[in-house]
Design a protein around this ligand. Structure first.
Ligand SMILES: Nc1ncnc2c1ncn2[C@@H]1O[C@H](COP(=O)(O)OP(=O)(O)OP(=O)(O)O)[C@@H](O)[C@H]1O
Length: 122
């Protein structure tokens, strides 16, 4: 039981370290993080509802998480095969495609939440 708890705490520590590495070194994650801050400011500005906050946070989490996994896949691909290979290209394209799905959904959620506020405010 003690090993289980210390193991979980260590695992959490590694995960926080990984999140910090993503924010510090990955431009794609940094861009998503800035966008997340901007929509959070917009959320406070327009005083969106609790349900809208939940959907917005889910969208932010979905995009940041898939972007992080995409970065990990790119790193693995470069580690196992640094030279050009058509299969590596396909693996990276597919991983980027997953981010695209998440980003499109997040964008649509953003439109659904903010268009009515913008429309009625201005
Ligand atoms: N070793 C490779 N072999 C074949 N094609 C590759 C290889 N590396 C990259 N590519 C192609 O170039 C694209 C971009 O790859 P890259 O690793 O530069 O990612 P990226 O889009 O610049 O990601 P990021 O901006 O997050 O670093 C891939 O989606 C793939 O089509």
């Amino acid at each position: 039981m003690y090993d289980f708890i210390t193991g979980r705490i260590k695992g959490g520590g590694y995960a926080i370290k990984g999140a910090w590495l993503l924010l510090k070194y990955e431009p794609s994650i940094q861009v998503q993080f800035v966008l997340a801050i901007l929509v959070t400011i917009a959320g406070f500005y327009f005083e969106i509802t609790a349900t809208e906050w939940i959907l917005q946070l889910l969208a932010i989490g979905l995009v940041m998480a898939t972007e992080g996994v995409n970065t990990a896949i790119e790193n693995i691909a470069d580690f196992v095969h640094a030279d050009y290979h058509v299969k590596i290209g396909r693996i990276k394209d597919v991983a980027a495609g997953a981010v695209f799905f998440a980003a499109i959904i997040a964008f649509i959620i953003g439109l659904i939440i903010y268009l009515p506020y913008v429309f009625y405010t201005f």
